[in-house]
Design a protein around this ligand. Structure first.
Ligand SMILES: *Cc1c(COP(=O)(O)O)cnc(C)c1O
Length: 404
């Protein structure tokens, strides 16, 4: 059976070879070019490339702590519904995660909920921009400035998205990008941190220099995996792959044991080549998301996520909400049975992930907005392998379940 992966970026055989040769013959140059393109993209002075986005985020949070004179500031405010790697990065950096609830209508952190914090212990606020939908970044930025705390604009799923004409990842003091499997561009693994503040840059540069390079043997393994990824993402083969045990595809587990290493220059050819195609990739995903939404909005049982005014989302996936968790099981089963990779995204709000919950103060233990999202969200694929008739198929499949 043919099966559409939930997210991904197709890499043709030609692009694969070209990227591999670029990485193998001039990987350092590719990495330097990629770093300067990303810094420029976000309007920041400098970029650092790490083995994963979460490694880059961990180093950035450590740098923020080291560049802050007040040792009391150990709290990092994160959206209560986001990738588990975000609070894991805070804990791994020796900091304490705090949660800000999100608005199910927009998936953004609620600026009003941020106001309730006692900022005397806060070091930084992190955004989420999930699925490539910009959060209330302007409001968060002015709030962070007003309270004198760092802001890290997490654009791991939003490279190519904009708000008020500004790139997501450019708001606040630092921005994060990821090149993991389901992101806007991919080299299977990798991440970047961009920043301008001179003090922050100085500390970040030192931490980065002290971080080890990614070991050569891991790099060969990654290239083999990338070859497999670019082949097996094809709808004709993905169905077989997703059934293989031990791959853990699509599962979300809490983990703090990841290495803090620099990015492999061999992979830089892939990320640099795909960055060169970012505009057309983003345009294509946006067109596919718009067509899906045209069909979905006719179904009363679907609650679409409204992009903020002035937002140009990048739609790494298309999210929407259904009535409850029971209805969601039916929806995802119906879509998967027909070869459409729908997902329930992250299984829990962060306050309900045991490893995170035990680090939270009592006032962060209930997050009604995030809990609603966790139980009601569905995502649909928007990548280039999605055929033109996908919106019509999705609409027809979901009409009996969500048509009233
Ligand atoms: C994927 C992701 C990260 C972490 O990036 P990795 O490269 O997977 O480590 C951080 N934040 C968000 C919102 C993500 O989606």
């Amino acid at each position: 059976m043919s099966f559409l992966a939930p997210a991904g970026t197709p890499i043709s055989a030609g692009l694969f070879l070209n990227s591999l040769i670029r990485g193998a013959t001039s990987g350092q140059t590719c990495a330097a070019t990629l770093a300067s393109r990303l810094a420029e993209h976000a309007g920041h002075e400098q970029a650092w490339l790490a083995v994963t986005g979460r490694a880059a985020m961990t180093l950035a949070l450590r740098a923020m702590r080291d560049a802050c004179d007040d040792p009391q500031r150990v709290e990092v405010i994160v959206p209560a519904y986001t990738c588990y790697s975000v609070p894991a990065s805070a804990l791994k950096a020796g900091l304490r995660p705090r949660l800000c609830d999100v608005d199910p209508a927009t998936l953004s952190l609620r600026p009003e909920a941020l106001e309730r914090f006692d900022f005397s212990r806060v070091l930084a606020i992190v955004t989420a921009n999930l699925y490539g939908l910009p959060n209330e970044l302007t409001a968060v930025e002015s709030l962070a400035r007003r309270h004198g705390v760092w802001m890290l604009d997490d654009a791991a799923q939003a490279l190519g998205a904009r708000l008020d004409g500004r790139a997501v990842g450019s708001f606040g003091d630092a921005g994060l990008y990821s090149f993991d499997k389901g992101k806007n561009i991919t080299s299977l693994e990798g991440g970047a941190l961009v920043a301008s503040n001179p003090q922050l840059r100085k500390v970040m540069q030192q931490l980065y220099q002290d971080a080890p390079a990614s070991p050569g043997k891991d790099t060969l393994m990654r290239v083999a995996k990338l070859a497999a990824y670019s082949t097996l993402l094809r709808p004709g083969l993905y169905d077989m792959v997703r059934r293989l045990p031990g791959l853990g595809l699509g599962r979300t587990l809490y983990d703090e044991t990841y290495p803090l290493q620099r990015y492999s220059p061999l992979l830089a050819g892939f990320a640099l080549n795909l960055y060169g195609r970012l505009e057309s990739l983003t345009r294509d995903r946006r067109t596919k998301a718009d067509a899906l939404m045209d069909g979905l909005q006719q179904l009363p049982g679907v609650q679409l996520i409204t992009p903020l005014p002035q937002a140009q989302p990048a739609y790494a996936r298309l999210p929407f909400l259904v009535r409850d968790a029971a209805r969601r099981v039916e929806v995802i089963t119906a879509l998967e049975t027909q070869g459409i990779g729908a997902t329930a995204s992250y299984p829990e709000a962060l306050n309900n992930v045991p490893e995170i919950r035990r680090a939270l103060p009592p006032e962060d233990l209930g997050m009604p907005g995030a809990e609603q999202v966790a139980s009601r969200i569905v995502t649909l694929p928007t990548h280039a392998y999605c055929p033109a008739d996908l919106p019509a198929r999705v609409h027809a499949l979901l009409k009996p379940l969500l048509g009233q």
